[in-house]
Design a protein around this ligand. Structure first.
Ligand code: HSE
Length: 433
């Protein structure tokens, strides 16, 4: 029997406390499955006095996570502090430099410093694991890194932010406002400390950058993700999507294209019949398209203490078993620089919602601008609002066949310049399954 694995946990918030509870609850099972005991010998958090409902009497307390990372009483450092830089990054670096493996749930840190950290881990011959950083309890990191190692991946996309999916699901089902749904998500503990990370799409972008690296063997490049948030999506858009047979989801999409790897995060129309459209509430889902498995969808809880702790504990178990597979699946020197496909080169269908002045020739002028840009329309719906003034603008929605982003933008700019519309156009990309 191997000696016990001595773990230090930095950050005792919702996830940290859940990890400690899960390690305790599954103590015997984990010992059997890994061949050794896992013992928490040190902890660090901001407030020592807070009652977390967990017994910390056997773990040494450190006010400073860096001191815990350096402690000779731990073999494994578990970073659950959060934030791309600051104490999370400092302590993680110190732990790796000191030859300790690291398990982290920190997507922002990995998206911005993942490569540098993986380099240190490699040089020191220790593990760097981050299953909990993407899609909460769904084991998508291990699936891409190990389960699909024999595949060439074409596209990976998914619902990677529970808060946004929760907001859209409730807005759609209950017709309540964006602001009310967001505050409910905050109360339920799904949202980031700063919820603009969720609704602005940045949390999804961090997670996508990690998945892209694992899927395509490229260096993590969070700067190369095109990001649009969900702030502009209204109840009218959700209703119009429903009328047209679609749902709106905030997706992160990474795709191999002839001009490089496309990485984008934006509100997206998906057909109501697709697997991804069925994902409601805080649930996350990831779809992988690859040559051998063709298509695979994993769905599960994307946020919350227990679900995230499940992923953290899986990583701890791997480290306990001695698994030192490179975190991103390849030695850092073998990760190719990411060749970024420009968003203007994106090809796909689009939803366009216009508020059109109700006068002769307005719709025809829009159709003409689309035709000039070689854009073929799949459907057009014009519906007057019951009880509206005769001269009030009318909402008109268009669905296009696949076209180029730059052609679409050119046509929409021309429509705006023509002066037939009463408000800023809404444009949402469509993702086909
Ligand atoms: N704020 C994140 C979400 C938590 O809503 O999905 C999990 O990363």
């Amino acid at each position: 029997m191997l000696p016990p694995l001595r773990a230090g946990v930095a950050g005792l918030g919702t996830v940290g406390a859940s990890v400690l509870r899960l390690l305790e609850r599954q103590r015997r099972t984990l010992e059997l499955r890994t061949g050794r005991a896992i013992v928490v010998t040190g902890v660090s958090a901001r407030s020592r006095g807070r009652d977390r409902g967990i017994d910390l009497s056997n773990a040494e307390w450190h006010d400073d996570p860096v001191a815990l990372a350096r402690s000779s009483d731990i073999d494994l450092f578990i970073e659950l502090i959060g934030g791309a830089d600051g104490p999370a990054l400092d302590s993680t670096k110190v732990a790796l430099e000191a030859g300790k493996s690291v398990v982290t749930a920190n997507k922002a840190m990995l998206a911005h410093h993942g490569l540098a950290l993986a380099k240190i881990a490699e040089a020191k011959g220790v593990g760097l694991r981050f299953e909990a950083s993407v899609a909460g309890g769904i084991p998508i990191v291990k699936t891409l890194r190990e389960g699909l190692v024999g595949n060439s991946i074409e596209r990976v996309y998914g619902i990677l932010n529970g808060t946004c999916n929760y907001i859209h699901s409730r807005m759609e089902a209950e017709k309540i406002s964006f602001a009310d749904c967001l505050s409910a998500a905050q109360k339920l503990g799904y949202a980031e400390a700063d919820p603009t990370f969720d609704i602005g799409g940045f949390d999804t972008a961090h997670k996508l950058a990690i998945l892209t690296s694992l899927a395509f063997g490229t260096a993590v490049d969070a700067e190369a993700v095109a990001v649009e948030g969900i702030e502009s999506i209204t109840l009218d858009d959700l209703q119009a999507a429903d009328d047209l047979g679609y749902r709106i989801k905030l997706l992160g999409v990474a795709k191999r294209t002839p001009s490089g790897i496309e990485q984008r995060v934006h509100p997206t129309m998906v057909r109501k019949s697709s697997a991804i459209a069925q994902i409601m509430g805080v649930t996350n889902a990831v779809v992988v398209n690859a040559d051998a498995v063709r298509e695979m969808t994993l769905a599960g809880p994307g946020a919350g203490g227990d679900a995230t702790a499940s992923a953290v504990v899986a990583d701890i178990a791997d480290i306990a078993k001695g698994d030192r597979t490179p975190g991103f699946g390849l030695p850092v020197a073998s990760l190719a620089p990411l060749e970024r496909a420009p968003l203007q080169a994106h090809q796909g269908g689009y939803y366009i919602r216009l508020s059109l002045h109700d006068r002769p020739g307005a719709a025809a002028a829009v159709a003409m601008r689309m035709a000039e840009s070689q854009i073929s329309l799949e459907s057009i719906i014009q519906r007057s609002q019951p009880g509206a003034n005769a001269d009030a603008p009318v909402p008109v929605t268009f669905i296009t066949h696949a076209t180029h982003e730059d052609a679409l933008r050119h046509a929409v700019d021309a429509v705006v310049a023509d002066g037939h519309i009463a408000a800023k156009p809404q444009v949402i990309r469509i993702e086909r399954e």
